[in-house]
Design a protein around this ligand. Structure first.
Ligand code: DON
Length: 561
């Protein structure tokens, strides 16, 4: 019962979504530039920018804004995200434009008088909303690395909002599912009418007007003036916390990425406030000593090693990970080789570990101290890996009245109470407790992989807690199991997150024989319809770029030339 929200999400997926065809690979190979993303109009927007001579950051800026129009369940200006950027001629860098808790937020804000978490308060409606970071984030990446004028990059999104776009089959299904929430929280949105069919044209004049302010005034067109007034009015009408001062104070942060060597590869990924880079690196290090390619893909031994590494990384996540500006996250200790090798010392092939026995590791020393993804490589070899999110589909389901955009429900990514799972079943403690101005812990794992110092892979995914393990498995599918990229992305996956103590697996991920053997060893399993949705690019031996989208999202698309 404790884990109902995550399970409800995945099992609901089973009932309502058509079964995923994991053999339906979506990919193309290009000579010069490549893009992978969640919607054809978004990838086409990025391609047009690259054709006009823009670089990967220019394309990413235009694409994120286009996604806010044509992919409103996760593309956003009312949410936040992470960039991992590897310029062809300089060191990799990360940008954290995650939402923050409003100044009036406090650690017990979702607890009732008996100290229990009030269901729904952190996921639905105005109190669930964190101060958005996306517009400040894309303005910052453009200012530092962009080459085309800002207004030119915002314009395609304005045109899409103004002229309209046609709803896809997959979007119709989502809109129907959330219709009642939209109607309960909003008087009118362009998405309230549930009688629509695929192909219906949706125009978003309020959103176009907001985007025009952003085009003309930059980030101030969102955080100040008319847009800020609309956000604050929306908050006041629904009992939300965000003030003008919260908006004025918001600032994205440039950070050093987390890097980890794995054989001849180097993983470059997102530091806190994401747990992604740390957990991915931990899992890779724990797995490296085991000869996975000898064991074979989804063999009993491979699944055991990978699942036990996952279990341990997520146990550490729950204890130690949070916004490093508010809590002394012991990143160096968590990534130390000796610590990680020792972490697997109690692992045995003879029996399943248990999460009760594992808990978080004792660190050797104390230190002081509905999401979507886009991957882009441009003609110079600049590589962009961005994951951006409203958290749930359409976030809090609150659309800013007159502003035309959905606000996130990212506050649910905080630990509302120690040990009580959030909607992805993730637990946390002090490190991820709510504090004003703090970023909530994320699992988003935008990642770039080098091979012998050269650009090799760009990848990432939406999928809540299953993002990190999906990025890991896609990487291992290519590097250990010899798959080409489309097969590596499509291959059915499994997932362990310490608690609940069970392995989630996609239909077809594990053969009957492997499942039986693992059950005999003591592992518990739960089949789900689909988990994270990868979008990736691989640099082939001859320098061409292979882009692969994921059959798990029917609208996923690749583009390039
Ligand atoms: O930051 C996180 O980890 C979550 N808010 C991501 C949510 C997500 O991936 C939902 N998408 N399917």
């Amino acid at each position: 019962m404790k884990y109902l929200p995550l399970l409800a999400l995945l099992i609901l997926g089973c009932r309502e979504s058509p079964r995923v065809d994991y053999t339906a690979e979506k990919s193309a190979t290009y000579s010069t530039v490549a893009i992978a993303g969640p919607h054809p109009l978004a990838t086409q927007t990025a391609e047009a920018v690259l054709r006009r001579g823009g670089n990967a950051i220019d394309a990413a800026v235009a694409m994120q804004l286009a996604m806010a129009v044509v992919y409103p369940r996760a593309g956003n200006i009312g949410g936040g995200g992470f960039l991992v950027y590897r310029p062809a001629d300089g060191p990799a860098i990360a940008l954290d434009y995650r939402e923050v808790a409003p100044a009036a937020a406090h650690r017990d804000m979702y607890l009732d008088s008996a100290g229990n978490v009030t269901e729904g308060l952190s996921t639905l409606g105005h109190l669930a909303v964190g101060v958005p970071g996306t517009v400040a984030g894309i303005a910052a990446m453009h200012e530092r690395f962009g080459s085309l004028p800002w207004a030119e990059l915002v314009q395609p999104a304005i045109d899409l909002a103004d002229g309209g776009y046609r709803l896809s089959e997959a979007e119709i299904e989502r809109l129907k599912r959330y219709h009642d929430d939209f109607a309960a929280l909003n008087e009118e949105t362009p998405f309230n009418d549930s009688s629509r069919v695929a192909g219906t044209l949706v125009q978003q004049p309020d959103l176009a007007a907001t985007l025009i302010r952003i085009r003309d005034e930059g980030a101030a067109g969102f955080y100040e003036g008319a847009t800020a007034d609309l956000i604050v009015a929306e908050m006041e009408s629904g009992g939300g916390l965000i003030t003008r001062e919260d908006l004025r104070q918001y600032a994205p942060k440039w950070k050093a990425p987390i890097t980890k060597e794995y054989k001849e590869f180097r993983l470059i990924s997102m530091p806190p406030s994401s747990s992604g880079g740390v957990a991915l690196s931990q899992m890779a290090e724990m797995i490296e000593p085991f000869p996975l390619s000898e064991y074979g893909f989804q063999s009993v031994r491979s699944v055991q090693v990978i699942a036990e590494a996952m279990r341990r990384a997520y146990a550490d996540r729950a204890e130690y990970l949070g916004d490093a500006d508010f809590y002394p996250v012991p990143v160096d200790s968590l990534l130390r080789d000796e610590y990680l090798l020792n972490r697997m010392a109690d692992f045995s092939f003879d029996t399943a570990g248990t999460s009760a026995a594992i808990a978080a590791g004792n660190l050797p020393m104390k230190e002081t101290f509905e999401t979507t993804h886009i991957s882009i490589v441009d003609s110079l070899g600049n590589a962009v890996s961005i994951t951006t999110t409203l958290n749930g589909n359409f976030g809090s389901k609150v659309m800013v009245d007159g502003g035309g955009f959905f606000l996130n429900n990212e506050m649910d990514d905080f630990s509302a109470k120690p040990g009580v799972p959030n909607m992805f079943g993730l637990v946390g403690k002090e490190a991820n407790a709510i504090q004003p101005g703090k970023r909530m812990l994320s699992s988003m794992t935008p990642t770039i992989v080098e091979r012998n110092g050269e650009l090799f892979l760009v990848l990432g995914a939406p999928g809540g807690s299953t993002i990190i393990t999906a990025v890991l498995q896609t990487f291992l599918n290519v590097t250990e199991y010899g798959m080409d990229l489309p097969a590596a992305v499509a291959a059915p996956r499994f997932h362990h997150q310490w608690l609940p103590d069970e392995i989630l697996y996609e239909s077809d991920a594990l053969s009957g024989g492997v499942l039986d053997s693992l059950k005999t060893l003591g592992y518990r399993f739960r089949e789900v319809n689909s988990m994270a949705v990868i979008k990736a690019i691989r640099v082939l031996h001859d320098g061409r770029l292979q882009a692969a989208a994921d059959p798990r999202n029917p609208d996923d698309d690749v583009a390039g030339y």
